[in-house]
Design a binder for this molecule. Structure first.
Ligand SMILES: [Zn+2]
Length: 204
């Protein structure tokens, strides 16, 4: 499995391009990006999918257009689906650039497994930053969205946010093996053991 991180937009969201010989997956295409587009376009002999960790504008902004051009499907946690259709919930109205709203093709629940080619992503529902935020576990890598960052945690002051709920979600992430690599929605990579030991907001 190859993973490439792209940093997109003013808010510097991490968009991940995940690929094998049989699969091409884009996680959180928040802003228009030629490289993500070419990545999926060039993978027309592979299974393709767009995975969204949650429905904030900086993670979803390019998803619909990308899906349409490359004939790919979009998946998101079920409880965040309404925010794709609501520019107040997805914060795009607040941050000044309302999105053309869209729907996802696949709605995911806690513990679901979604297979793309030879890759399997396990869905872990991690509410707290949003009501329907999810993390995706693929092998020993967790795409943690805005739930947990290197040395920080997601904001809980947006609609649907709750620190207590987020804390429980993070505690659940801390039950994964210590060497699990965390690739989050913003900032650099980290591991479960690093955050358990040093995260200033939630310790394991
Ligand atoms: Zn967010």
């Amino acid at each position: 499995m190859e993973i490439k991180a792209l940093v997109l937009g003013d808010i510097e969201v991490n968009c991940y391009l995940v690929s094998t010989d049989k699969a091409a997956v884009v996680i959180d295409p928040g802003y228009r990006c030629v490289e993500a587009l070419e990545f999926l376009k060039n993978a027309n002999d592979k299974e393709r999918l767009i995975l969204l960790t949650h429905a904030h504008f900086d993670h979803i902004g390019f998803a619909d257009e990308l899906a349409e051009i490359t004939d790919s499907k979009i998946a998101i946690g079920e409880k965040d689906a309404p925010a794709l259709l609501d520019n107040n919930l997805n914060l795009s109205a607040l941050f000044g650039a309302p999105l053309s709203t869209f729907s996802a093709d696949i709605l995911l629940d806690d513990n679901d497994e979604i297979t793309v080619g030879d890759l399997t992503f396990k869905v872990i529902h991690t509410p707290g930053h949003t009501v329907g935020g999810v993390c995706y576990l693929c092998g020993d890598t967790l795409f943690s969205g805005d739930t947990l960052f290197a040395g920080s945690i997601g904001r809980t002051d947006f609609p649907g946010g709750s620190f207590e709920t987020l804390k429980n979600s993070i505690k659940r992430i801390y039950t994964l093996p210590d060497d699990t690599v965390l690739l989050s929605g913003h900032g650099g990579k980290t591991t479960v053991i690093n955050e358990k030991r040093y995260n200033p907001f939630v310790r394991g």
